[in-house]
Design a protein around this ligand. Structure first.
Ligand SMILES: NC(=O)c1ccc[n+]([C@@H]2O[C@H](COP(=O)([O-])OP(=O)(O)OC[C@H]3O[C@@H](n4cnc5c(N)ncnc54)[C@H](O)[C@@H]3O)[C@@H](O)[C@H]2O)c1
Length: 263
């Protein structure tokens, strides 16, 4: 199926590793020119090298999405090399780990909310201006089931993901008239460095036996009995960014093995 993405430009935030990196690689396979954003320059250059090695086109876009001016400067650089951004993927996030709410501090909430929510707001605000002028664009944000059904011991992170969902629906209402689609994808557990580091801490906290028992219990919460793979999310991004999904906007699409099934 030709998804018609050839020659589009995408900005994928936090694409130096994990789900973002796989999204960047998958878009590049569709002949999309990819601006690989990450706060970590080494990771960004690794993704760019992978895309180039596979015959795709990519440039590094190293900036901190929590810094509005840095996002503006970053976009300026991308536009001068690739032209306007057609597809924005808000993927970067920061999760402190699993902590009882009463053990967390305002500084902890700040770190999570700034990346997960303000980062997405900054990128939408900066990138959507050009999309409105060109009367075309596609914004996909990676939310989380934590933001749809709640998640104990991830309070500020879950709240910031709910905020991303509110942002998605509101922007879809505002930008639809400019032919801009705005959607979110809601993953549950997905095997990435982020999840692996959280799981490692849980293993250390609980010990081998209790951890394995917890692992079995968690898997039973997934009807498909499978933890997600980054490719699952990347495939949905490609679909939502394509013409095949031109009448889809303001939606939160679960790609989660059935973990949550909100109505
Ligand atoms: N992995 C999961 O189980 C899971 C579940 C639900 C939702 N998600 C969501 O999927 C997305 C990707 O998750 P992941 O597991 O691949 O994460 P990850 O931590 O493996 O990768 C996130 C990337 O974002 C970058 N980043 C962090 N702060 C940044 C900033 N200020 N500016 C630019 N880049 C920054 C990091 O350097 C990192 O490379 C996130 O939005 C996450 O909330 C993940």
């Amino acid at each position: 199926m030709n998804l018609g993405l050839h020659n589009y430009t995408a900005l994928v935030t936090g694409s130096g590793q994990g789900i973002g990196q796989t999204i960047a690689l998958r878009l590049a396979q569709e002949r999309v020119k990819v601006a690989v954003n990450d706060i970590n320059a080494e990771r960004a250059s690794e993704t760019v090298a992978k895309i180039n090695d596979a015959g795709g086109a990519a440039i590094e876009a190293v900036f901190d999405i929590t810094d509005y001016r840095a996002v503006q400067q970053g976009l300026h650089k991308i536009e001068s090399e690739y032209g306007g951004v057609d597809i924005l993927v808000n993927n970067a996030a920061f999760l402190l780990g699993h902590h009882d709410f009463l053990e967390t501090s305002p500084d902890d909430w700040d770190r999570e909310i700034k990346v997960c929510f303000y980062g997405a707001l900054n990128c939408c605000h900066v990138v959507a201006k050009g999309m409105v002028e060109r009367k075309t664009g596609n914004i996909v944000s990676i939310a989380s089931d934590a933001g749809r059904i709640g998640q104990a011991r991830e309070v500020a992170y879950a709240a910031s993901k709910s905020a991303v969902i509110g942002m998605t629906k509101s922007l879809a209402q505002e930008l639809g008239r400019y032919n801009i689609n705005v959607n979110a994808i809601s993953p549950a557990g997905t095997d990435t460095p982020l999840r692996q580091s959280v799981e490692q801490k849980e293993l250390e906290r609980l010990g081998e036996e209790k951890y394995r028992e917890r692992e079995r219990k968690i898997l039973r919460l997934y009807p498909l009995r499978r933890i997600g793979k980054p490719e699952d999310i990347a495939n949905m991004v490609v679909f939502l960014a394509s013409d095949a999904a031109c009448n889809v906007t303001g939606q939160v699409i679960s790609v989660n093995g059935g973990y949550a099934m909100p109505g």
